[in-house]
Design a protein. Structure first.
Length: 202
């Protein structure tokens, strides 16, 4: 029986170790590349990040917040927070909440601040204050098919469908639905970010 020299045995062991390390490195690189590709595809076809400018959606969304937007097979529904493109009377995209959709009738009592859709009083736990500001749109307002009525949660500091320059919004101008707060903006007073606000939007 022939014995393999010690030097040769050690060389073989080193080759095996090198092979294992190389294989692990390739697997790690493959995993990283795959993850990057998946993230790119998700943010290309399913999600995008949008920066919020303004205070019209406080306290739900603040100025300089970054929200996650999706538009895959999306049709606006009551209560959704949506981003609307600049195609309709806007200098830049705006973010508002859908109050009513095509075929529904909106009515607002500006004395009590109450909002009604098809005669039913809305329970709006998301608003910053009741709706007292009349901006010219006549109520009750019945929406046509393919239209939505939107308002900001910061009701008396929001330019929205109550304004005759905007009115009912064509759903073709809806970029997508804001589904989550990805990164909170800095506080206007302290400059600090409240990371506890990160999460799904309701």
């Amino acid at each position: 029986m022939e014995w393999e020299p010690r030097d040769s045995m050690e060389l073989n062991e080193q080759k095996k170790e090198y092979s294992a390390v190389t294989r692990n490195c390739f697997e790690w690189v493959e995993a990283v590349v795959t993850s990057i590709v998946v993230v790119v595809l998700l943010f290309t076809f399913l999600f995008r990040v949008v920066n919020v400018n303004g205070q019209s959606m406080e306290d739900t969304i603040h100025n300089e917040d970054k929200v996650l937007l999706t538009n895959l097979f999306y049709e606006p529904e009551n209560g959704d927070v949506v981003v609307i493109s600049r195609a309709q009377h806007f200098e830049e995209p705006i973010i508002k909440r859908v109050i009513a959709t095509g075929g529904q009738t909106v009515d607002i009592d500006f004395e009590t601040g109450a909002v009604y859709v098809d005669g039913t009083l809305l329970e709006e736990d998301y608003i910053n204050e009741l709706t007292f500001t009349d901006e010219g749109t006549e109520f009750p307002l019945t929406l046509g098919e393919g239209e939505i009525f939107v308002m900001g949660d910061n009701r008396n500091h929001s330019t929205d469908s109550r304004d005759t320059r905007i009115g009912a919004v064509d759903t073709r101008y809806v970029v997508g639905r804001a589904v989550a707060l990805a990164l909170p903006g800095p506080d206007s007073l302290t400059g600090e970010r409240d990371f506890s606000r990160i999460g799904l939007l309701h």
